[in-house]
Design a protein around this ligand. Structure first.
Ligand code: NAD
Length: 509
């Protein structure tokens, strides 16, 4: 891996960059990377200067003409080899995810597997890039549309899925014939770096895929450099909006996926035990640090609310919180001390706002991991829409129960919320489920499915302030996002036939 020990000072490894097929050390700005379970800095990550990012963009720009003209079957073959290498290195990648993110190993395996599924889909590029053809659109005239790559594409990704979210982007961008510069999260940089090296080992030519670690300096360089044609971003809504506006103002195609506050409706006729199991995993899995996590449950009817809260409270007593390296745990720590304090601050705020604190996760001590960023599962009941804990994305193990009288009220709450990433309904009533799916203003819907993350051959994206741009991530939308349509109309009239000038607008008769 691209980890360099700095001679002279206390040996602390630094994750650098990967440019033009080689590891690039960087002795400039850097910051600590933590193991959130122990609370200790375990290595550092370089924060690229503008010049280093420009070097990566230049490498990608140089590699583009040859890669664009490489037969699509050959590009797909690199993805096949990449998939094999990913599977061979799965344990190492998963261990890095747990070490730097904190998620439990079984959860990290799930993340990794969903990332590999995108690579599998990318292997089908010869099929999905075939284009469209129409013969005889006019006399001796044929017409076809082809989908050409854009050029240099950038990806900027969040901390919560350090392997999977980058894999939402670069396999599809690259197999479509683009070259790529990835700027992963500076909080857990090692897994993306290892994956970059595997991509190179799979036979990708130098410069087709580059990775720069960094912060706002790197992001701003990618957003403003005229050689970058398109930007895919995933992260918080404030930054997504900034990326969308800045990138668009610089003439780039941008898709920017933002934050979420995903509601689950529980109807009075729901299978309550199964709904509660599903909600536990969706609310507290990965410590609530998922953009598809359920953070609000809307109970329809007082009795539903009472049963639900009683069962969730009982389940929370069984929730196992501890280091991600122990596969018996359900939930690990939060990503950083700063984020831990922010989430804990929301629990304090919820109390002040008057919500009923049913289970308090504060003050949790994990034996042997006293300095880790652990917060226990927290449950608030009788949360109302005016409260900040209802409005804001907390991104931690905090579940809010809101009580309403009707399904219409529950749907209005969801529709009025600024985010529209995912939502689900628990019910046995097919008509209610169908009405909900058809009418709710959210991009990804579950019916008795708490985390309706679309599979690799569909596409992922929310509505409202959860997605800026027109096309979703991966799947068929990625083919459209990473290519540009070109339509060619061609005529080969029979020789010897002389035709006069035509001044009327051409039509097919
Ligand atoms: P973040 O917005 O802080 O960071 C995302 C990326 O933006 C990182 O690479 C970071 O370096 C960069 N960045 C941060 N501040 C910046 C600034 N001021 N200027 C330019 N770039 C900046 O997000 P995060 O905390 O890493 O991730 C969690 C967020 O991501 C949550 O809001 C979550 O909902 C969201 N998320 C959304 C999806 C989705 O598909 N909608 C998926 C995963 C995560």
């Amino acid at each position: 891996m691209n980890i360099e020990a700095i001679a002279g000072i206390e040996a602390m490894e630094t994750v650098g960059h990967f440019i033009n097929g080689a590891n690039v050390a960087d002795h400039g700005r850097r910051q600590d990377v933590f193991n959130p379970a122990t609370g200790k800095a375990i290595r550092q990550v370089a924060l690229a200067s503008k010049e280093i990012v420009e070097e990566a963009i230049a490498a990608a720009a140089k590699a583009f003409p040859a890669w664009r003209n490489t037969p699509v079957a050959k590009r797909a073959r690199v993805m096949f080899r990449f998939k094999q290498l990913l599977e061979q290195n799965a344990d190492h990648i998963v261990a890095l995810l747990t070490e730097e993110h904190g998620k439990v190993l079984h959860d990290a395996q799930g993340e990794f597997a969903r990332g590999v599924e995108i690579v599998e889909y990318a292997c089908g590029a010869p099929q999905f890039l075939k284009g469209e053809h129409s013969k005889n659109v006019g006399p001796a005239i044929d017409s076809w549309s082809e989908f050409q790559p854009l050029g240099v594409v950038a990806g900027i990704t969040p901390f919560n899925f350090p392997a999977m979210v980058p894999m939402w982007m670069y396999p599809m961008a690259i197999v479509c014939g683009n070259t790529f510069v990835l700027k992963p999260s500076e909080r857990d940089p090692s897994a993306p770096m290892l994956v970059a090296e595997l991509l190179h080992e799979a036979g990708l030519p130098e410069g087709v895929f580059n990775l720069v670690n960094g912060d706002k300096v790197a992001v701003d360089t990618l957003l403003t450099d005229p050689r970058v044609q398109a930007v895919s971003f995933v992260g918080s809504t404030a930054i997504a909006e900034y990326v969308y506006q800045t990138g668009s103002a610089h003439g780039k195609r941008v898709q920017a996926l933002g934050g979420a506050k995903n509601h689950a409706i529980v109807m009075p006729d729901a299978d309550m035990d199964n709904a509660v199991s599903a909600l536990m995993g969706a609310a507290y899995g990965s410590c609530g640090e998922r953009c598809m996590a359920i953070s609000v449950v809307v109970a329809v009817g007082e009795e539903t609310g009472d049963v639900l809260v009683g069962k969730l409270k009982a389940e929370l007593k069984q929730l196992k919180v501890g280091p991600g390296t122990d596969n018996n745990n359900d939930m690990g720590p939060l990503i950083t001390r700063q984020h831990f304090e922010k989430v804990q601050g929301y629990v304090d705020l919820g109390e002040r706002e008057g919500a009923e604190l049913v289970t308090d996760g504060r003050g949790l001590c994990v034996s042997g991991f006293e300095d880790g960023f652990f917060l226990g599962g927290t449950l608030f009941d009788r949360v109302t829409p005016e409260m900040k804990i209802y409005q804001d994305e907390i991104f931690g193990p905090v579940l809010c129960v809101v009580r309403v009288d009707t399904m219409r009220e529950a749907m209005d709450l969801i529709d009025q919320h600024e985010y529209g990433n995912g939502t689900c309904i628990f019910t046995r009533d097919g008509e209610a489920a169908r009405y909900f799916s058809d009418n709710i203003k959210v991009g990804m819907i579950g019916v008795n499915v708490p985390l309706p993350v679309p599979v690799a051959y569909h596409s992922f994206g929310g509505w409202k302030r959860s997605l800026f741009g027109d096309l979703c991530a991966y799947g068929p939308d990625a083919v459209r996002f990473y290519t540009r349509r070109k339509t060619i109309t061609q005529r080969w009239p029979s020789s010897g036939v002389r035709e006069g000038a035509q001044f009327s607008f051409p039509a097919s008769h």
